[in-house]
Design a protein around this ligand. Sequence first.
Ligand code: FES
Length: 635
Amino acid sequence: MFVIFNPYTLPKEAMYFHGLFFYFYCLDRFTVFLISAIIDTKCTTISTLFIILTFIGGILLKLFNIHFINENQVIQVPENTTLLEAEIKAGLIPDAPCGGQGTCGKCLVQIRVQEKSELVKACQTKVHSDIEIETLKHTSKHAILHEGFSRPVLLKPALSCHAIKLEKAKPGENASDWQRLTTALTKVSGTDMRHLEPDLTFVSQIYTLQKEKIYAVTLKNHLLDLKNAPVIPYGAAFDIGTTTVVGYLINLTTGKVCAVASTMNPQVQFGADVIMRANYALEHGTKELSSCIQTAINKLIGQLTKEAEIERNLIYQVIIAGNTCMHHLFLGISPASLVHAPYNPAVSQMLDLKASDFSLSIHPNGRLIMLPDIAGFVGADTIGCLLCVRPDLKEEITLTIDIGTNGEMVLGNREHLVTCSTAAGPAFEGAKIECGMRGAAGAVDHVHFENGNLKYTTIENEKPLGLCGSGLIDLTAELLKNHLIDSSGKLIQSKSSFTLIEPDESQNFNGVYLTQKDIREVQLAKAAIAAGIESLEQELGITEDQISKVYIAGAFGNYMNPQSACEIGMIPFHLKDKIVPVGNAAGEGAKIALINEEELLYADKLAKKISFVELAASEDFQDCFVDNLEFPDFS
Ligand code: FES
């Protein structure tokens, strides 16, 4: 954990505390302090004293070995480091939905200290000796959704390679090599490149290259490469979700997806939802959050190029879709405006940036396109979903919902589109549910009654470990229909919980059960979605029977049973047979933007065309929300 600053900018009194702080705290910071002091030419007696003090501090600092057994990795950390911090330092991606506040209980690890073994919360346990740690299985092997509904689009990418034959300048013709190149490029690309700023590297290449054909790689009005042989340009599209990140590598001469790769969003270690991460960024700066996601994208690019057997520098364009907070944090923009009323983005239009400025290791001139955001809590991932579904082309009224921690939804047709975001909370992601977990191996994903007995399935057929979102709504619906929960959400047999799986049948010997408090969380989440739908219907002046299709995007929507979603009252029952799961629609939209320039350009227009409905300020929404807290009555 390096914090770079120069101690000589502090007042002298502050330096005493500064030195003492380093003395007791952290070797890394001490090292940076020392380096920054050495390179500072204004070294004074007092600062030298502090350097000596901190140096001694560094020597006396107690370091302990942390052995991660499953990962076969050993790291050293200073005393008082939490195990969660140690996991992060080791490059693991621990699950920390509450951001390390000790409230979610999802960061459990098994520790062994001097022959004793214990299950502890990693965020609340500090290091005071050498420790062996067994991280629990569910920190890896997450089921990540890659596929989405694919809408056929014409292969007409913004990125392409053009062959140019430059005629030698005629005697007396007063035109520089650069002018002749940009004029020729304008003809072949259809984009006016005549006012392009000269790039001196290319300028010096033109005279030699013009003897043969020149192959120019362009993206909109950017000249990215000049070659003497044809180039097959590649683009990569990423969907940065709050929980997972999916990347696609596309050959832009064929439009073929050559490789797909995915990972957990490493920012989960700073909190499960966007608010926790935004708050972390406000407290500690955006650096840690942006660099960890940039590193993750670079690793995915490495996997994609390895799978497709191509060089990284053949990728000239990266397109990213993500919610507004993920968008801001990737770019290192402070999310302050997102967490304070009126919750607007710091920037919302489509951005065309130099990829290397964001540590993306692709072609050195490669471009990074950030799809536009609509509002503070309706981001570029919604634009991705809309590019995938294109409700703005349809006569019929459709509803598109992406259910996650927030439920972003868009209602309307080619006449008018309205959107909103409701705070569904992290219940469907497994957080705040006692036996909740994300969709990973061992998660109970479906539950149903059969001959009076509850049957269940788990992801990858592993021994049950917990309940993921789809299992949670199935179980709730089954308990409702079988009168084990009443419409107010109360467990009928006045127990504090309902046991689905006994402890000895579960992976961690805790059992899988649903508590009364878990049911309340489900009620809050489903009421938020249902109230959002009702509010948009009111805004558009329609009733639910006028909706002809409901597109459900995202992993949860893909795996959930639509019938259960309607039975618990999350989606109006009337729409049960109109639900169409569209998978990772945000990723599909990003791919579409890569393949077709018109779709890419249209994304920006679409973002401006949609009317955003702010629910936080709406009294009607609050009433709708309260009305929807009850479950449908099955008595
Ligand atoms: S309890 Fe440790 S991260 Fe939530």
